[in-house]
Design a protein around this ligand. Structure first.
Ligand code: F0G
Length: 325
């Protein structure tokens, strides 16, 4: 089902599908277990392979951080130079560190992700191979999560996905449609796209019954990975939700952080805020049947959003009395 047989792989995919203790019939597909800690690796393996086959020696991405980390790692693996264009001050610390660690050239721009992306679309593509999700190979790789869910669980009734630049929800829907075309899925899942309330151009439009997004200039959310006002793949996301009879919803930052904490404490899975957005959506909705929430990125990506509380002791006796409480 993929167009290439070999390439720049780091053995991405094969991530855990865990039955959640948060709600009956809720499963979590933990994409934080990919080599660089996010679902981006599935698409980057394919994208970098194609870049290499096309003879490119440079790749470029705009990113809120995870695409940059993934592009940096896969480009390193393939022997290509990676340029990552990032919105200054809007990228979580772990992701910046990864881009640097894997040897990418880091370029920052004032403004939001949308500005970085439009610069890459207009100019970056002239000098380097672009690996943002308007590149169809990225989405071809990302659809494999649908195949893995099918292998373990069959075809669920609902698949809940965080939505930022809006490519992944379409990629996953494409995967399920291919399973349907092969006669493997008799009934396809509803695709439910979840956005952060301060960065919800699709969910707000959906609620008002519009068929185009309500773009915003100043997105705001703690979930920096999906802090996007003008998603480039919006039309594809609408197709996924409309064809699957799904929906878009928005959740406030408070619910995203609550879901992050609940998932960590009830299920032992550490998600970055954007990754936990799908769980926040699944908890907010009353969905019939089996639901899979795709948790897209690892908690270690964004160490600064969690408050760390400590208790200090200065003797064995104090430690013992604390343990006995
Ligand atoms: N979750 C995480 C952890 C992400 O990093 C992203 C996107 C999404 C969800 C949304 O996926 O864009 O396909 O709707 N991150 C991009 C980046 C924008 O640059 O890493 P989408």
């Amino acid at each position: 089902m993929l167009p290439l047989k070999s390439g720049a792989t780091l053995r991405e995919g094969g991530t855990p599908l865990v039955e959640s203790r948060l709600k009956p019939n809720l499963w979590v597909k933990f994409e934080g277990a990919n080599p660089t800690g996010s679902f981006k690796d599935r698409g980057m393996a394919l994208g970098v392979t194609v870049a290499k086959e096309a003879g490119a020696n440079k790749v470029v991405v705009a990113s809120t951080g995870n695409t940059a980390a993934s592009a940096a790692a896969y480009a390193a693996r393939a022997g290509l130079k990676a340029y990552v264009v990032l919105p200054k001050g809007n990228v979580a610390r772990g992701k910046l560190m990864q881009a640097a660690l894997h040897g990418a050239e880091i370029v920052v721009v004032d403004g939001y992700f949308d500005k970085a992306l439009s610069m890459v679309v207009e100019y970056g593509t002239k000098a380097a191979y672009p690996l943002n999700s308007f590149n169809p190979w990225r989405l071809e790789g990302q659809k494999t999560v649908a195949f893995e869910i099918y292998e373990e669980l069959g075809c669920p009734d609902n698949v809940v996905v965080p939505v930022g630049n809006a490519g992944n929800i379409y990629a996953i829907w494409k995967g399920f449609k291919e399973l349907g075309a092969l006669g493997l899925c008799k009934k396809l899942p509803r695709m439910i796209g979840v956005q952060a309330a301060g960065a919800a151009p699709l969910a707000k439009a959906w609620r008002e019954g519009l068929d185009r997004p309500l773009f915003l200039d100043e997105p705001r959310t703690v979930a920096s990975a999906i802090k996007i006002g003008k998603p480039i793949n919006w039309a594809k996301a609408f197709i996924a939700v409309n064809e699957s009879h799904g929906m878009f919803i928005e959740v406030p930052d408070s619910e995203i952080l609550r879901a992050q904490s609940l998932l960590a404490r009830a299920d032992g899975l550490g998600a970055e805020p954007a990754g936990a957005t799908s769980v926040a959506g699944a908890l907010a909705l009353d969905l019939p049947g089996t639901t899979v929430a795709v948790v897209t990125g690892h908690a270690l990506k964004d160490p600064d959003v969690v408050e760390v509380k400590t208790a200090q002791v200065s003797s064995e006796a104090e430690l013992l009395s604390l343990l006995e409480k």
